[in-house]
Design a protein around this ligand. Structure first.
Ligand code: KG4
Ligand code: ZN
Length: 345
C-alpha cells in the first residue's frame, strides 16, 4: 500500500458504504466537506418481507455499486486520479452486503494505487456530526443509537471510552419490533415515529426499564411489556388506539435514553454532547435531548436528517481522521460482520 505522507490540504476520499440496505458512495474533502453523497436505498425491495433479506441486499448491492460510485465521482466533478484514498465500511453489518463494498473498494484502491481505509460503521455514524458541524472536535459525549447499538461513549483525542451500553436489544431494534407488533410496515422505526406524532402517550402505561449500570440501557423487558399490552387487548377483543400505543412506546424509549445520557454528562462533567446513528432521526429523541441540554446549559450536536441514516459521507469523514493517522488497510482486508468499536487508548 501507498504509505507516503499525505498532503494536509484538499485531501479527497472516495468512501463506500454497503453494510445493510443502502448502497452509498461519497467524496469527502478534508474530512469535513461533502463534494458528493449518493445513496441508493433498497427499502422498496425489502418492504414485501417486512425486513431486510440479506440475500436480496447483497444482490442489489452488486447490481448498483458501480453506478452509485460513478454517480458520486460525477457529482464531485472529479477524475479518479485526483483521489487521495478509497475508504470502505468493514463492519459491523450483513456479511454478504459488506463484502460487496469491501471487494469493490479493494479493487479500486489497487487499480488506482491509492491507500485503502477500513472504517467501522459506528465510527462513521459519530463522524457524521463533523460534516454538519466543522467546528466540532473531540472531546465530547456521544449517544450512539442505531439498529444494532445503544452506546454512551466519551469521544476523545486519545480514543473512545465506553460509559454504558444496552444489556440486550438496541434502541432501533426495539422500535422495529414494536412497529411490527402494531402491524406497521418496514422500516418500522420511522413509521412508528410518524404514527406516534398523532398519539397521546398518556393513553397507556408502560414501565420504564430498570438496569443496574448507571449508564446502561435495556429494551427487552419493555418490548415484552409492550407485546403483552397489545396482545392482551387483542385477546379480550378490545379496540385499541395504535397512535397512543406508538406514542407511549416512543416516550418510554426516549425517556430511558435521555435520562441515562444526561446523568452521564452530569456525573462526568460533560458540557458538549452529540447524537449519532439511525435512531437520531427520531423526532421526540431530538426534541427531548435538545430541551434537556438547553435546561442544563449543554451544547448538543445532532446530525441533520439526511446524515442520520446510513450513508457514505460519514464513512469518508471517519476515514479522513484515520488517513491522517496513517491508519490504512492492505489488500488482505476482509469484511467483519461483528466488528466492534475499539475502546481505550
Ligand atoms: O444507523 P442505521 O441506519 O443502521 C444501523 O447502523 O443499524 O439505523 C437503523 C435503525 C433502524 O432500527 C430504524 O428503525 C431506526 O434506526 N430508525 C428510527 C428512526 N429512523 C430510523 N427509529 C426511530 N425513529 C426514527 N425516526
Ligand atoms: Zn447505520
Amino acid at each position: 500500500m501507498n504509505t507516503k505522507q499525505h498532503k494536509q490540504n484538499n485531501t479527497l476520499i472516495l468512501a463506500i458504504e454497503s453494510s445493510c440496505d443502502e448502497t452509498a458512495a461519497a467524496v469527502i474533502e478534508n474530512g469535513r466537506s461533502i463534494r458528493s453523497n449518493v445513496v441508493y436505498s433498497q427499502i422498496q425491495l425489502h418492504v414485501p418481507y417486512g425486513g431486510v433479506v440479506p440475500e436480496i441486499a447483497s444482490r442489489s448491492h452488486i447490481e448498483k455499486i458501480d453506478a452509485v460510485v460513478q454517480a458520486a465521482m460525477k457529482e464531485a466533478g472529479l477524475a479518479y486520479g485526483s483521489l487521495d484514498a478509497v475508504a470502505v465500511t468493514q463492519g459491523p453489518g450483513l456479511v454478504g452486503a459488506l463484502l460487496v463494498g469491501v471487494s469493490y473498494a479493494k479493487g479500486l484502491a489497487y487499480a488506482l494505487k491509492k491507500p485503502l481505509v477500513a472504517v467501522n460503521h459506528i465510527s462513521g455514524h459519530i463522524a457524521a456530526n463533523y460534516l454538519a458541524y466543522p467546528e466540532l472536535k473531540p472531546p465530547f459525549l456521544c449517544l450512539v443509537v442505531s439498529g444494532g447499538h445503544s452506546h454512551v461513549i466519551e469521544v476523545t483525542d486519545a480514543g473512545l471510552f465506553l460509559l454504558g451500553c444496552t444489556q440486550d436489544d438496541a434502541a432501533g431494534e426495539a422500535f422495529d419490533k414494536a412497529a411490527r407488533v402494531l402491524g406497521l410496515p418496514y422500516p418500522g422505526g420511522p413509521n412508528l415515529d410518524k404514527l406516534a406524532e398523532a398519539g397521546n402517550p398518556d393513553t397507556y402505561r408502560l414501565t420504564e426499564p430498570k438496569v443496574a449500570g448507571a449508564y446502561d440501557f435495556s429494551f427487552s423487558g419493555l418490548k415484552t411489556g409492550f407485546i403483552n399490552l397489545v396482545h392482551g387487548m387483542d385477546q379480550r377483543g378490545e379496540r385499541y388506539d395504535k397512535a397512543g400505543l406508538a406514542a407511549v412506546f416512543r416516550h418510554t424509549v426516549v425517556h430511558h435514553l435521555t435520562g441515562k445520557t444526561i446523568k452521564a454528562a452530569l456525573d462526568r462533567g460533560w458540557k458538549t454532547l452529540a447524537l449519532a446513528g439511525g435512531v437520531s432521526a427520531n423526532s421526540l429523541l431530538r426534541k427531548e435531548l435538545q430541551a434537556l441540554c438547553d435546561e442544563h446549559g449543554f451544547k448538543l450536536y445532532m446530525p441533520p436528517l439526511y446524515l442520520c441514516g446510513d450513508n457514505a459521507a460519514m464513512i469518508g469523514a471517519a476515514a479522513h481522521v484515520q488517513l491522517m493517522n496513517h491508519d490504512v488497510a492492505d489488500l488482505s482486508l476482509n469484511a467483519n460482520p461483528s466488528l466492534s468499536l475499539k475502546f481505550g487508548t
